[in-house]
Design a protein around this ligand. Structure first.
Ligand code: SAM
Length: 277
């Protein structure tokens, strides 16, 4: 169990592990907050995909609330520790590897149906991990994500702001993001430099998955200061579609809300529309 800083220190000593800063290993050291996060994720008893289980701060309450937990951890030494701590629990599947390269269909098969995501995200990979989840097309009704404050702000970024980009757009188009909790450095061991936030993303009804939307957004934001017309010039029909949607030739992707960008994408790629969930 890892409900406070001294219990984390004990676990680290027991397994002879030194927290790896490069992998963002700041372990959650507040059992009550971990339980609240697990409750928010599992809801009515969903299976849960956990990314970066570490020493099990979230894994333990998730296992008590969810019928199935699939946890992906990059650090082989931590997978061994988790195996020793929770390996006997038939509800747990541990997968060693980088989530950014993980076999998503295999994870989905292990989860067995619609699932929630819970993660205390490693700061260095917050954006790639979240983009991978949001662009997966898998049925994920809810995500509960802990991130450093500045990274968490990206989920709420508004058009025209520096933080606005593909992550904010996918998060706000498919989901309703809500700030769930604030955490201070003292809630972790070892303590990070900055405070963190927990963001709850709940799937919006009536927004079917759009395969190809992320590459389209990445293209549209590739040169932030270029006009949309310029960024999309290789797409046949782009000028006419922009005009049909009432968008001025000089507009930039960074100034358009998620719904407008989705409408533009759908208009430019009608054949791909609704191919996903
Ligand atoms: N969940 C634990 C907790 O709350 O105490 C640990 C959180 S710690 C901030 C981030 C965890 O993600 C670490 O265990 C780290 O080894 C793991 N990790 C880092 N990069 C990863 C990646 N690309 N894929 C999977 N796990 C990763």
């Amino acid at each position: 169990m890892s409900g406070n800083p001294s219990s984390i220190r004990e676990l680290l000593a027991r397994f002879g592990h030194n927290p790896n800063r490069a992998l963002g290993q700041n372990f959650l050291a507040d059992g009550e907050k971990a339980l609240a996060i697990a409750r928010a994720a599992t809801g009515e008893g969903l299976p849960v995909l956990e990314i970066g289980p570490g020493l099990g701060a979230l894994t333990a309450p998730l296992l008590s609330l969810s019928p199935r937990v699939v946890a992906v951890e990059i650090d082989a030494a931590l997978v061994e520790a988790l195996q020793a701590l929770y390996g006997q629990n038939p509800r747990l599947t541990l997968v060693q590897g980088d989530f950014c390269k993980a076999d998503l269909p295999a994870l989905y098969a292990a989860l067995g149906g619609p699932f929630a995501v819970a993660a205390n995200l490693p700061y260095y990979a917050t954006t790639p991990i979240c983009l991978r989840l949001l662009a997966s097309g898998l049925p994920i009704p809810r995500l509960v994500l802990m991130a450093q404050r500045e990274a968490a702000a990206r989920f709420f970024a508004q058009p025209g702001s520096r933080q606005y980009g593909p992550l904010a757009i996918l998060a706000q188009y498919y989901y309703q993001p809500r700030l769930m909790m604030e955490l201070s450095p003292a809630d972790y061991y070892p303590q990070p430099q900055v405070s963190s936030q927990v963001v709850l993303l709940e799937r919006q009804a009536g927004r079917p998955f759009l395969p190809g939307f992320l590459p389209f957004l990445e293209g549209a934001f590739a040169m932030r200061r270029k006009t949309l017309m310029n960024n999309l010039k290789d797409l046949p029909g782009a000028p006419a579609t922009l005009a049909a949607l009432g968008l001025l030739p000089g507009c930039r992707a960074e100034g358009l809300p998620p719904e407008t960008l989705a409408a533009l994408f759908r208009a430019l790629a009608p054949a791909e529309e609704d191919a996903g969930s």
